[in-house]
Design a protein around this ligand. Sequence first.
Ligand code: UDX
Length: 432
Amino acid sequence: MKLCIIGTGYVGLVTGVCFSDLGNNVICVDNNINKIQNLKKGIIPIYEPGLEELVKKNYKENRLNFTTNLKFAVNNSNIIFICVGTPTKKNSYSADLNQLYNVVKSIRNYINKFKVIVTKSTVPLTTGDHIDKIISQKKSKNLFSVVSNPEFLREGEAIRDFMYPDRIVIGTNNIRANNILKNLYDPIIKRGIKYLNTSRRGAELIKYASNAFLATKISYINEIANLCEKTGVNIEDVSIGMGLDQRIGSRFLRPGPAFGGSCFPKDTRAILSTAKKFKTNLSIIKSTIKSNEQRHGILLDKIKKILKNKIKNKKITFLGVTFKPNTDDMRESSSLKLIPKLHKSGAVISYYDPSGIKNNFQKYKNVNFVDKISTACKNSDLIILHTEWNEFKNLNFTKLVKKKNFAIYDMRNVYSHKRMLVNKINYFGIGR
Ligand code: UDX
């Protein structure tokens, strides 16, 4: 099939590359000429395991192409995926749909035969209706169909999530469009993956409701972990015990720092904004956002307690600063809140992250990137394991740290408490 993917950000690139790998002809479009030129050379703007190899392979085999020419791309495709960003508007909870509507207004000029126009970008409920209206102003209804097909890709696992998803959700009442998309996804459906055809608004809401639910699940376990710390219960027992109930499920019950990333914070805010528009009170999601915002304060209090209220001039090491492992993404990472606060209290901070130095911390005098775990830990008073990259999972801290009374705050519960006790390390986890 002939596809055009508009927007070569995270979602667009993964979608385009994976569909081309499934044998389709894919043209990826972006208005950033540098990005397009780089992609043609196999230079990928983001860090995602496996992506570079697939880009190079499919580009070489001529199934995947890159262009800035939207007209050419739309003219030569049957299915158009809109994958542009929908960030939170400044000083507001709602999603900024400017990029999306600009793309829609351009596409409508280039519709020359029947096109399925799919929103992959996470868009608020009723956006599909607006897109439909905008295109109908210029083109006859039988020349296009607007469909919602939300993505459920986790950063760091995106290729796998695309090829082996839990479900494929297609929001349309148009039989022709549904058949075209069912055909497109057929190689994935054949692996036994569930294909759900629902209304367009239904698909839009499934995406937000899923992300808000997962965010709530994380905040829930984070709060239960707070209670565990006060009562001497091990959160891991609680997560396992809860997860064994199939109605609850074991995933997303790992406590940690505040949840971050490009989706959960943005999507929880956006669904609240939609609910407000429709005069509905989503009080649980409101609480999730509040709970997540308060999480930084709770972690900072714990750090203060570990350092016996003496943060000034203490050497604190962050192992990992990204919001999760296997990505270089810093968006809404809790390190962006924790590090400046500790710096303000006089701590001297070193950080090491496998994805490299971060611009976010350049402005702080006493926050420095080091390119080795050993250098980062050597003179540390407190090591904060913030992101669970694999290379942090088997460290010998007694050898790495030269100071005597150093402490470890393992925000991802990577290490065994018992092993740390045996080695007489001053060790703290979350909810343990
Ligand atoms: C998420 C959704 O999982 C994906 O389906 C969606 O479409 C995009 O948003 P992503 O943001 O890449 O994916 O990361 P995810 O693995 O879901 O983690 C999000 C945040 O939750 C991270 O900060 C992570 O550390 C945190 N998290 C996740 C926990 O603290 N505990 C958990 O048990 C799981």
